[in-house]
Design a protein around this ligand. Structure first.
Ligand code: AMP
Length: 187
């Protein structure tokens, strides 16, 4: 199973990604987590990414595409994967198409989670209070949501027109949402 999970910040993507990865026995690959790991360990990649992540801006495509390409080439990704937080703009879609063609492995489905603005703001504020992520400042949050609306949301139409989109309501009980996703994917 090769999947993408898409949706605005605060919609519960990470939580659902982890559950889906367990359900299908595939690795959940989060570009945000890869950047955060590198930032924490002060690697060269981390220092470069930090210039953008802290402001709520996208890390340049060249850098992001490369880490995804390298990650998909790893052994544990041979039989499937779930990408969380990638692609985030049209040029990353083109890059991913290229990687898939090179690997000779088509994408199965794109899970899109959505919730209305107030629910998202509430969840993000809660996470900010609990985890203290350095990119959870009000300015960075607003910027991330705006970037999502402008650059990432239009990609849903791309995948819908390819017949790959599975749109699921991201409001409600975690297990119920998970069951809805799995039911739609297995249909
Ligand atoms: P996330 O945890 O997915 O919200 O990602 C945290 C931050 O990492 C984002 O605000 C971006 O700065 C960066 N990032 C994650 N994924 C991508 C991507 N596909 N393209 C560019 N930047 C990304």
């Amino acid at each position: 199973m090769r999947l993408l999970i898409m949706g605005p910040q605060g919609v519960g993507k990470g939580t659902q990604a982890a559950l889906l990865a367990e359900h299908y026995g595939i690795p959940a690959i989060s570009t945000g987590d890869i950047f955060r790991y590198n930032i924490k360990n002060k690697t060269e990649l981390g220092l470069e990414a930090l210039k953008y992540t802290d402001k709520g801006e996208l890390v340049p495509d060249e850098l992001t595409n490369k880490i995804v390409k390298d990650r998909l080439a790893m052994d544990d990704a041979k039989n499937g994967w779930l990408l969380d937080g990638y692609p985030r703009n049209a040029s990353q879609v083109v890059a991913l198409d290229g990687m898939l063609a090179e690997l000779g492995t088509p994408l199965d489905k794109v899970v899109a989670l959505d919730a209305d603005h107030d629910v998202l703001m509430e969840r993000i504020a809660k996470r900010a209070a609990e985890q203290g992520r350095s990119d959870d400042t009000p300015e960075a949050i607003a910027k991330r949501l705006a970037t999502y609306a402008k650059e990432t949301a239009p990609l849903l139409d791309t995948y819908r027109s390819r017949g790959q989109l599975v749109a699921i309501d991201g409001v409600g009980d975690i297990d119920e949402i998970q069951a809805n996703i799995v039911e739609a994917l297995d249909r």
